[in-house]
Write a protein that binds this ligand. Structure first.
Ligand SMILES: [Zn+2]
Length: 221
């Protein structure tokens, strides 16, 4: 297969290679300000290549706006310095049943097309000795969503971190999201969306998993 055909195929099948987002060794050697300046330059080149006149008032600020948005908003989650601190508490109430944090907003971007992935995540766990602040779950999901991403990897990254800090395998993560690279290009399917589900421990039992799915099924996309 020709290299270009292989690139197109990979993008359409949305294959992911590893649970870790592939990053260069020098990924954070430059400051955010340097990155914004460089991206601004490169994005201006793209716009000019497309034939746009950047002396127009409406377009002149776009390269800077895009660069700032990439570094500070859409892709801030690439930088491990921004990872939320997942402080845990002792499970004093001995709550041993399922806790579900649902309808967590997903604002991500697919790494194959840099187009938005929008939807919701639902996270459940059964505490052992530790519990985590509820909003920390939302922050963790947002951190992993805010980078060029594939949905399969997103659920795995959230699951792994929560299993580690909560010191239990009894965690489940689902994401249901719309991919603009499916709806606005390629197959141009406006109505489909994608669900990914990853779990461990007690959630391997179909009954426990079903209990979680019953709770989150009340949530419409
Ligand atoms: Zn895509």
């Amino acid at each position: 297969m020709k290299r270009k055909d292989a690139i197109i195929l990979t993008g359409d099948h949305h294959l992911s290679t590893s649970i870790r987002t592939p990053l260069r060794a020098d990924a954070f050697d430059k400051t955010d300000a340097e990155k914004i300046e460089n991206i601004q330059h490169h994005f201006k080149m793209i716009m000019e290549e497309l034939g746009l006149d950047l002396t127009d008032d409406s377009l002149s600020g776009t390269p800077y706006r895009v660069a700032k948005m990439y570094v500070h908003e859409l892709f801030y989650g690439l930088n491990p310095a921004h990872k939320p601190k997942l402080s845990t508490f002792e499970n004093k109430y001995s709550y041993k049943k399922m806790l579900v944090e649902q309808h967590i907003t997903i604002d991500s971007a697919c790494e194959h097309h840099f187009l938005p992935i929008v939807g919701y995540a639902h996270v459940g766990y059964i505490p052992k000795d530790k519990v985590v602040g509820l909003s920390k779950i939302n922050r963790l999901v947002d951190y992993y969503a805010r980078r060029p991403q594939v949905q399969e990897r997103l659920v795995l990254q959230v699951l792994n971190d929560l299993q580690e800090v909560l010191d239990t395998k009894d965690v489940i993560v689902s994401v249901t999201a719309k991919h603009l690279c499916v709806s606005s290009r390629g197959i141009k399917d406006q109505s489909s969306y994608t669900t990914t589900l990853e779990y461990g421990g007690a959630f391997s039992d179909p009954n426990t998993r079903q209990e979680f799915l019953n709770i989150v099924s009340q949530t419409a996309l």
